[in-house]
Design a protein around this ligand. Structure first.
Ligand SMILES: N=CN[C@@H](CCC(=O)O)C(=O)O
Ligand SMILES: [Zn+2]
Length: 427
C-alpha cells in the first residue's frame, strides 16, 4: 500500500523568506510579534493568489512549505531586509505639465500662496501648461513621478485630476490616470513592483479663467454634466474648499451630487484659512479631510465623531514655509491621522513618503511608530482600502517595501537618502 502524500496545511504560491524584521503594522496581535507596530524578527510570509496566508518565524517556513511538494511555488529571498507594508500615498496631484520654481522663489521673497492664487497664478499657471501638453507627454511625466514614488517605497497612490478644469481636459487627465492604472496592472510579473492607482475627480480645484464672469455656469457644468459622465473614471470626488477656490455651499452642492452618484468624498479643508471644510467633511461623511492647518478643536472633534480620516501634508508646510499642523493635537483628540505627499508643482513637489515621515517626526511631534502607521494603514483608511492593504496581515494583499536597514528604527534617523531597496507586489 502506498503512503498518502503529506498535504501541506496551507497552500501557497510564494514564500518570502529571510526577513530580518517584519514590521507588520497589524491591527490585530500577531503571535510572536511585539510593540505598537507588531514587529516579528527573523520572519517569513506566504502568499496565495496575492493574499497573505501565513506569517511566522523563518525556520517554520521550511517544514511548512518547502519540504512539502507544492507545484509552482516561488521562493523570494529577502536577503535580511527589513520589510514594512508599502506606503499608501493617499493625496497626490501627479498629472501636470510644467513647474513653478519661479513662484517657489517669489514666496521665499515674501509673496504668499494665497496672493499668487488671487493674481491668477498658482494652480492656474499649471492649468495653462497642462492644457497645452499632449496626452502622451502628460502620461510620460506622470509615469516618471509614479515610478519615483515606487522607488521610494510607495505601493498605492491616489491621483487627482484638477489641472484640466474643462470637459475635454478633465476627461483627458482622468483617462491618463486610468491608463497609468492599467499600465501598472499589466506590468510584467518578472518585476513584481506594480503601484496601485486610485483615481480622484477634482474639478472644483479653482475657478477656470474662462468662467471668471460666470461662476454659476462652471458649477452647473461640474454638477450637471461632468460628475454624471465621469462615473467609473474616478473612485473619489474632491473639492478645494477655500476663500480663493470654492465656498462651503458650492462644495456641499458638488459633493452631495457626487455622493448620490456613488463617488466617495474627500475635501481639501481649512488649508489656508478656517474655511469650514472640515465641518463639511463631517456633515457629508467624507472618507478624509486633508490639510486641516486651520481646523479648530471643534472641527477636529466633528471629524473624529464622523469617522473621517485626517490627512496631514507636511510637504506643504515645508514648501510654503507655514507653521506645521501639530499631529500630536489630532492624535490626542483621538483622530485617525494619515500622512501623504500631496505631490504637486505648487505646494509640495515631492514623491517621497520617507521625507513626509521625517518631517512629521521632526516638525509635527509624531513618533516613528505613529508616522509609519499614518503612512501605511491610515493612508489605506483614507482610501477606504483598509480591508485590502496598508498592513501585513492574513487575508491582505502582499504589497511590501523592502528596506536596506538593520532596524526599522533607523527610519527618520538616517535621513536625506533613499533607504528603500525595492517594493514587492505579489499578485
Ligand atoms: N490646495 C490645493 N491644491 C494643492 C495645490 C495645487 C497647486 O498649487 O498646484 C494642494 O493640495 O496643496
Ligand atoms: Zn492637494
Amino acid at each position: 500500500m502506498q503512503a498518502e502524500p503529506v498535504q501541506p496545511p496551507i497552500r501557497a504560491s510564494a514564500v518570502i523568506r529571510n526577513i530580518k524584521q517584519l514590521v507588520t503594522v497589524a491591527q490585530q496581535p500577531i503571535e510572536g510579534a511585539s510593540g505598537a507596530l507588531q514587529v516579528l524578527n527573523n520572519a517569513a510570509l506566504a502568499v496565495y493568489h496575492g493574499r497573505i496566508v501565513w506569517i511566522g518565524p523563518d525556520n517554520e517556513a521550511e517544514p511548512l512549505f518547502l519540504s512539502t511538494r507544492q507545484d509552482g511555488i516561488t521562493i523570494v529571498d529577502a536577503q535580511g531586509a527589513v520589510v514594512t507594508p508599502g506606503f499608501v500615498d493617499s493625496h497626490t496631484h501627479l498629472v501636470f505639465a510644467g513647474q513653478r520654481a519661479e513662484e517657489f522663489h517669489l514666496r521665499r521673497a515674501g509673496v504668499s500662496y494665497a496672493e499668487l492664487l488671487a493674481q491668477g497664478k498658482g494652480i492656474l499657471t499649471t492649468v495653462e501648461a497642462t492644457r497645452k501638453a499632449d496626452a502622451e507627454t502628460l502620461l510620460a511625466l506622470a509615469q516618471r513621478r509614479l515610478h519615483l514614488m515606487r522607488d521610494h517605497g510607495t505601493t498605492t497612490v491616489e491621483i487627482k485630476s484638477g489641472y484640466g478644469l474643462d470637459r475635454i481636459n478633465e476627461e483627458a487627465c482622468l483617462h491618463i490616470i486610468n491608463n497609468l492604472k492599467a499600465l501598472e496592472e499589466r506590468t510584467s510579473s518578472s518585476v513584481p513592483q506594480q503601484v496601485r492607482v486610485v483615481p480622484t475627480f477634482l474639478a472644483a480645484h479653482v475657478l477656470p479663467p474662462e468662467y471668471r464672469e460666470r461662476r454659476a455656469d462652471y458649477l452647473d457644468l461640474v454638477v450637471e454634466e461632468l460628475l454624471p459622465s465621469f462615473v467609473g473614471l474616478a473612485h473619489f470626488c474632491d473639492v478645494f474648499c477655500e476663500a480663493e477656490a470654492f465656498t462651503v455651499e458650492e462644495c456641499r452642492r458638488i459633493l452631495r451630487r457626487a455622493r448620490d452618484l456613488g463617488y466617495r468624498l474627500k475635501i481639501h479643508a481649512d488649508q489656508l484659512s478656517p474655511s469650514g471644510g472640515a465641518r463639511l467633511a463631517a456633515e457629508l461623511g467624507a472618507t478624509s479631510a486633508d490639510h486641516l492647518d486651520h481646523a479648530s478643536d471643534e472641527d477636529l472633534k466633528a471629524l473624529r465623531d464622523a469617522g473621517v480620516v485626517a490627512t496631514l501634508l507636511p510637504g506643504c508646510s515645508y514648501t510654503l514655509r507655514s507653521p506645521y499642523p501639530s499631529a500630536r493635537r489630532l492624535l490626542d483628540l483621538g483622530l485617525t491621522v494619515a500622512l501623504a505627499t500631496d505631490c504637486n508643482p505648487g505646494t509640495s513637489y515631492c514623491e517621497n513618503m520617507q521625507m513626509m515621515i521625517g518631517l512629521a517626526m521632526a516638525e509635527m511631534d509624531m513618533s516613528l511608530e505613529e508616522a509609519l502607521t499614518a503612512a501605511t494603514i491610515n493612508g489605506a483608511k483614507a482610501l477606504a482600502l483598509e480591508e485590502e492593504i496598508g498592513s501585513i496581515e492574513i487575508g491582505k494583499r502582499c504589497e511590501l517595501a523592502l528596506w536596506q536597514l538593520e532596524d526599522y528604527r533607523e527610519i527618520g534617523y538616517h535621513f536625506g537618502v533613499n533607504l528603500v531597496q525595492s517594493t514587492l507586489t505579489l499578485l
